[in-house]
Write a protein that binds this ligand. Structure first.
Ligand SMILES: *[C@@H]1O[C@H](CO)[C@@H](O)[C@H](O)[C@H]1NC(C)=O
Ligand SMILES: *[C@@H]1O[C@H](CO)[C@@H](O)[C@H](O)[C@H]1NC(C)=O
Ligand SMILES: *[C@@H]1O[C@H](CO)[C@@H](O)[C@H](O)[C@H]1NC(C)=O
Ligand SMILES: *[C@@H]1O[C@H](CO)[C@@H](O)[C@H](O)[C@H]1NC(C)=O
Ligand SMILES: *[C@@H]1O[C@H](CO)[C@@H](O)[C@H](O)[C@H]1NC(C)=O
Ligand SMILES: *[C@@H]1O[C@H](CO)[C@@H](O)[C@H](O)[C@H]1NC(C)=O
Ligand SMILES: *[C@@H]1O[C@H](CO)[C@@H](O)[C@H](O)[C@H]1NC(C)=O
Ligand SMILES: *[C@@H]1O[C@H](CO)[C@@H](O)[C@H](O)[C@H]1NC(C)=O
Ligand SMILES: *[C@@H]1O[C@H](CO)[C@@H](O)[C@H](O)[C@H]1NC(C)=O
Length: 470
């Protein structure tokens, strides 16, 4: 009895298997008949092997196309054909480049196809008896992200020494006098000061600008095929992390590399980045919008900055997360346009508390005594005791709303600086809750972001200017 059931099972299994093997064979024969792989013709006829040899380390579709066609102009068509999406076969919903490992040209084409997708290499293999091109990367991939490691050589680093000391947060000061005033013509983009005094600034296109603030000039551009660099962070080794909003892609750059390719890693995600904070252990805490039907999701995603893999999701915010800060005990505090500030334990993803405000919360900071300051869209600034959830003070000064990003800072003397729309800066005496003095940009401009330089000077970014303040 048992034997016959087993036999029946084997028979069904064999029938199923031969059926699918037969349909695969049909498929391959069919495919060979209407050979749609144009590259098979253009790359062979133009004799592109030599051009291929010099482009093995090309990077990105655009980079690989231009390398191949620059090495040998006759191969421009071949290069275009390699990345022609019509040449891909859709099998079980996945797109494959079909290739034969026995043929050296086909193997190379597979490699370039994968380099074009920012993978490290590609190989023609047989998978389920299909001759497909498979891409390989150092860190493998998951359903949530793929990481590719940039291997372009040669690369030269200006320094190789490894420093383990992290610079302490400087004492920040602000007396309302402009130290430096740099005009910009292309509107506000987010900024990030670097430890050497330079400034990273995003662009509306593909560039990340690195400014020499002393000279007031762009000294270097980081280019990529991704667009709208919008969130920035620094890892403990000085690597720059940049999230490109349009492509939901994070790039990691080694800024020490001044000759050769500084791009180290590419992390493909599913999310539009709203804000990013690098945690003490170099994990990334990302406030993001995941487009989802019927409601978008605004979970905070914790990613390993090396592998790109998701370690945790903090679920609870119902609208855009505007800023995330890490407390000394490792908990995170986040503020959101859903009118709440939330405190999280990231080891178990637990929501510890949620403080509801009267309006969207744009910026937060912690006071040295552990109290939380939150800046709201309705212009008020709240001070909370985080242990008791008790509102200690409601500071109401200038009626413009708090500026967009990172707009509250505690100064060296304990005063609080707030930046508001209309380019207004207010310095508060927290003992009596009164404004000590205000300062402003010229009346047609508005401040969007504050940051502090390693020198302790504050820098503000507006539509027209970057201003460093005494
Ligand atoms: C790297 O730097 C060394 C020392 O400065 C130099 O000799 C070498 O040529 C450089 N290599 C490249 C590829 O620039
Ligand atoms: C870059 O240079 C700095 C300063 O010399 C050093 O501390 C850091 O470790 C370097 N970063 C990398 C990724 O090598
Ligand atoms: C950076 O890019 C901008 C815009 O393309 C260009 O005007 C500028 O000359 C570049 N600067 C450097 C240092 O490459
Ligand atoms: C990034 O996004 C932009 C705009 O959507 C698009 O034009 C560009 O091709 C994308 N880059 C890559 C590498 O996908
Ligand atoms: C966070 O949760 C973990 C696991 O429950 C616990 O061990 C840790 O003490 C918590 N952290 C804080 C700061 O409470
Ligand atoms: C703080 O003051 C502002 C302006 O008076 C007011 O609109 C707001 O409701 C107050 N917030 C709280 C939490 O009382
Ligand atoms: C801040 O307010 C306290 C309490 O009213 C007062 O004693 C102190 O002098 C004020 N500080 C400054 C710098 O105005
Ligand atoms: C910066 O310079 C511009 C042009 O000279 C001027 O209009 C503006 O008021 C200055 N900004 C500040 C904050 O002083
Ligand atoms: C702010 O500090 C700078 C540099 O010390 C000084 O020149 C300026 O007069 C100060 N401004 C005010 C309003 O005290």
């Amino acid at each position: 009895m048992l034997k016959s059931i087993f036999f029946l099972f084997i028979v069904i299994w064999i029938i199923n298997d031969t059926k699918s093997e037969a349909s695969k064979k049909d498929f391959i024969d069919e495919f060979r008949k209407d050979n749609s792989r144009y590259w098979l013709i253009s790359c062979t006829l133009s004799g592109c092997s030599l051009a291929f040899n010099s482009c093995m380390n090309c990077f990105g579709e655009r980079g690989c196309k231009s390398c191949i066609s620059l090495s040998k102009p006759e191969c421009a068509e071949c290069a275009d054909d390699i990345f022609n999406k019509d040449d891909l076969e859709i099998i079980n919903g996945n797109e494959y480049l079909i290739c034969d490992s026995q043929d050296p040209i086909q193997s190379r084409v597979c490699h370039f196809y994968c380099r074009g997708q920012f993978a490290q290499s590609g190989q023609c293999i047989r998978e389920n008896n299909l001759p497909i091109c498979k891409c390989f990367s150092d860190f493998g991939s998951s359903t949530d992200s793929t990481v590719t490691t940039q291997t372009t050589q040669p690369a030269n680093t200006t320094t190789t020494s490894q420093s383990t000391t992290t610079p302490n947060k400087p004492s920040i000061f602000f007396n309302g006098t402009v130290k430096q005033n740099i005009s910009i013509s292309d509107h506000y983009r987010r900024i990030l000061p670097l430890p050497n005094g330079d400034l990273v600034r995003g662009s509306g296109g593909n560039l990340i600008e690195i400014w020499d603030l002393q000279k007031g000039i762009i000294k270097r551009n980081l280019t990529s095929v991704y667009s709208w660099p919008w969130v920035f962070g620094l890892l403990s080794n000085g690597d720059l992390v940049a999230g490109f909003r349009n492509n939901k892609t994070i790039l990691v750059w080694d800024l020490n590399i001044t000759i050769g390719e500084p791009l180290k890693r590419i992390i493909q995600t599913n999310e539009y980045f709203d804000c990013l904070t690098v945690l003490k252990n170099d994990d990334l805490a990302i406030g993001q919008t995941l487009v989802n039907n019927p409601w978008n999701l605004y979970d905070i995603i914790i990613r390993n900055s090396q592998t790109g893999l998701i370690k945790n999701k903090l679920v609870g915010h119902t609208f855009v997360v505007n800023q995330i800060i890490e407390l000394p005990n490792g908990n995170l505090v986040s503020c959101s346009s859903d009118n709440t500030v939330k405190v999280w334990n990231i080891s178990n993803s637990a929501l510890i508390k949620s403080i509801t405000h009267t309006e969207s919360v744009w910026s937060i900071t912690m006071l040295p005594n552990g109290n939380l300051v939150s800046g709201l869209w309705d212009a008020s600034i709240n001070i909370w005791n985080l242990d008791t959830n008790h509102l200690i003070k409601n500071l109401t000064g200038h009626r413009n709303s708090i500026c967009n990003y990172n707009c509250l800072h505690v100064l060296a003397n304990g005063d609080l600086l707030s930046a508001k729309g209309g380019g207004i800066f207010e310095v508060w005496n927290l003992s009596n809750g009164k404004v000590r003095f205000t300062s402003s940009l010229h009346k047609y401009d508005t401040v969007y972001q504050l940051a502090f330089l390693p020198s302790g000077n504050l820098i503000s970014a507006s539509n027209r200017e970057l201003n460093v303040w005494y």
